[in-house]
Design a protein. Structure first.
Length: 151
């Protein structure tokens, strides 16, 4: 019975330790505000449409990031445009970022990346001073919305 408190302590610490949460593909609506803070966004604008909501974040670097949320409040796409690329690992989430990174590393040199998988689509373009791209999850697109609508 004396071992019970020793076993309980690691579980309590796991629950109480802060977890870094961020908006990312497949994330929820509450994560957009956390993302705004983590990206040090100067301005946040929310624009509802008939089938989704776009959250636009203006970063200190001059880059604009857009996060697209479906009616269920799930991030189904992200896009960016500006003089500097944003933190794509933060925007994609770890698992999607690792898949994107593998695809990007498989291309020699600095070429655009056009990744097409059944559950993840990514287009990344850029050169010094001009970066843009978008990524979307085809299975979460609202009815009548195409991936190209998320640019």
């Amino acid at each position: 019975m004396k071992r019970f408190p020793a076993l309980l302590l690691p579980l309590v610490l796991l629950v109480l330790l802060p977890v870094a949460a961020m908006a990312s593909l497949g994330g929820d609506a509450a994560s957009v505000e956390r993302d705004r803070a983590l990206l040090h966004s100067k301005r946040h604008q929310s624009t509802p449409t008939a089938s989704y909501t776009v959250h636009s974040l203006q970063l200190p670097t001059g880059t604009t990031v857009k996060e697209f949320l479906n009616a269920a409040g799930t991030v189904f796409a992200v896009s960016w445009s500006g003089p500097f690329p944003p933190n794509l690992q933060q925007l994609f989430g770890d698992s999607y970022f690792q898949r994107y990174r593998s695809a990007a590393l498989a291309r020699p040199g600095r070429h655009p990346v056009h990744m097409r998988e059944s559950d993840l689509m990514v287009d990344v373009n850029g050169h010094t001073g001009v970066f843009s791209g978008h990524a979307w999850l085809p299975g979460l697109l609202p009815a009548g919305v195409a991936g190209s609508d998320t640019q």
